[in-house]
Design a protein around this ligand. Structure first.
Ligand code: CA
Length: 275
């Protein structure tokens, strides 16, 4: 074997190159796995929706178990007879029940458009947008938020979202959404992902996300649907013990153990260095 190897030194080089390639590929795979393992679903424990048409608007139905408060605003023009806007607060329902509906029930029909304020001037319609506040079950750095429009094969509204603002703490970014999920009947996909990576929002540990300022495809008159909202991110430690013995590495956002301990000790005021 030694003689063969010496006699065919180019093959040794090839073999070494191949081993290098395998090592590089394995390294890349390990990085991918670490990244994938790190970006896990972060459960939504509850949510608010301000300025939403009530369930029944457009014959779509959604559920909400919190407080539903009428506002003085009404969609204008009103085509469906169910145009008052309400605030849904301190509850859970259609958006976090784990079900992506295939029908217009258990799917929240929302709208961005104009509404009158009946307490001020019923004759004047002004612009409004819904605001969705998501409360996370755990503090996390958020990678992405996906609005699942509902897999309704014969309806053009699911997936009509094209953008939204995302606010974490005092920082707001207006983002174009990334089409995701299965193709719908009119060419766009049922889901829309708001990708926070690289926006700076992904470096802000939080348990609350505010999504608002929605924009939609021109074909739906400002209407869009949300059958479910999901969040992906890195859960962060709540005790310094989780930082020790290389524990800080599993969170994927700390530079070293001290960075992790500092994050916990300051309750997130010292954010992760985010390598
Ligand atoms: Ca749902």
């Amino acid at each position: 074997m030694l003689t063969d190897s010496r006699a065919h030194s180019p093959r040794i080089t090839e073999g070494a190159a191949m081993r290098t390639l395998v090592a590089l590929a394995t390294g890349a795979l390990a990085l991918l796995c670490a990244s994938a393992a790190n970006a896990a679903p972060v459960p939504i424990s509850g949510y608010d929706v301000n300025l939403t048409p009530q369930s029944g608007f457009g014959a779509w139905q959604h559920a909400y178990n919190g407080t539903i408060t009428p506002t003085t605003r009404e969609l204008t023009p009103c085509f469906s007879g169910a145009c008052p806007l309400v605030n849904e607060t301190n509850g859970s329902g259609t958006l976090n029940d784990g079900i992506v509906s295939v029908r217009t029930n258990d799917d929240q029909l929302l709208k961005v458009g104009t509404a009158t304020d009946t307490s001020v001037d019923p004759g004047t319609a002004t612009a409004f947008t819904p605001t969705i506040t998501l409360r996370l079950a755990r503090t996390a750095s958020v990678r992405s938020i996906t609005v699942h429009g509902g897999n309704i094969q014969d309806n053009s509204i699911p997936g009509a979202l094209i953008g939204a603002s995302v606010r974490i703490g005092g920082t707001t970014r207006q983002l174009a959404s990334v089409p995701a999920g299965d193709p719908g009947p009119v060419g766009y996909r049922f889901d829309d992902m708001l990708d926070l990576q690289g926006t700076g929002l992904d470096a802000l540990p939080t348990n609350e996300i505010v999504v608002s300022d929605f924009t939609t495809e021109p074909t739906t008159d400002g209407q869009f649907s949300a059958a479910e909202i999901t969040v992906d991110g890195s859960t962060l430690p709540s005790s310094t013990q989780q930082c020790l013995q290389a524990g800080w590495k599993q969170f994927g956002v700390f530079k070293n153990q001290g960075d992790c301990v500092s994050f916990v000790a300051t309750r997130g005021k010292n954010p992760p260095a985010h390598p």
